[in-house]
Ligand binder design. Sequence first.
Ligand SMILES: C[S@@+](CC[C@H](N)C(=O)[O-])C[C@H]1O[C@@H](n2cnc3c(N)ncnc32)[C@H](O)[C@@H]1O
Length: 331
Amino acid sequence: MDLPLSLRTAIEDSLSGEKPELLKKLSRQMTERYKNESGQGRVLVSQNLEARVYSAVRMPATYGAVCDALSYVQELIGTDGSNPVRTVFDIGAGSGAATWAAESVFSPQHITCLEREAAMRKVGADLMSEDPELQEKTEWSAFDLEKDALPGKADLVLSSYVLNELVPAARELAVRKFWEAADKLLVIVEPGTKEGFAVVREVRNQLLALGANLVAPCPHTDACRLDKDDWCHFSCRVARSRLHKQLKDADVPYEDEKYAYIAFSREPVARAEARVLRHPVISKGQVELSLCTRNANKTTVIRKRDGVAFKAAKKAKMGDALVLESSDTVD
Ligand SMILES: C[S@@+](CC[C@H](N)C(=O)[O-])C[C@H]1O[C@@H](n2cnc3c(N)ncnc32)[C@H](O)[C@@H]1O
């Protein structure tokens, strides 16, 4: 997956002229802060140059993760031909990655970016000047999730990589606010780590108890069947620009972003029959899939003789929804 060209250009322009060594140092410091200080309600990025470095280092990955999650949701929600998402709240918008993703997937009419840090809001709004159409429909507002009420309702409430920054007690209140504001859909994306999934699992329990309709990724609404030490996550491959490679001292031209997500809707939706939980293992004439299904988590082997199902299984990747017609269950 690639960032929209206008966004990539805007990020590169925003850092041209800065000293590469300083940018690399800020990138390293920021990575350390995110690793060690998340989940404590701390401010992790507050200066303008840091926010620009954040946009270069993290936006490709968070944009990719949110695009993936929204596309999986789009597959499942029915439309009557009209755009199901006309308005969006991007909460804890940072430099706007989830907004760019919502624009790519749903092209809504209006987006409100709600963000506490002035530096993030400024950088996010500046980056959008490279895309006048997106800039025109997007409004940036100062907003503290722990203190402020949301400004009404939106078709889609989106929160990407935010809840894991809050202390646990603040999360429950935040999720309640999100759900009250979601006219149609609520989509929450978190890092694809054990800690990120623990947040998603908590959110899942909370929203099911509130009567929300689960859309994705789970095919069922029973308690999650994964062990408490395991975690459900997916992965998306995003292209690395020259700038990104420089800032991360990386050689490979892509990065694999691991993410976890959960989506709920006001109206019930026909959920996936099965969801691919791990990278499929493909060998001669067969594909082994680890699946979460409506009734069980299981490993399934699909063989060449299974015809259409084999073709679908060969194309499937971790995170995809699947319809199974013929299979051998291994366990
Ligand atoms: C890791 S960044 C994610 C930014 C963006 N959503 C993305 O996916 O790239 C987390 C953002 O949440 C914001 N944030 C954290 N706590 C917040 C709060 N209480 N109210 C509003 N924003 C908050 C931070 O300032 C930061 O911009």
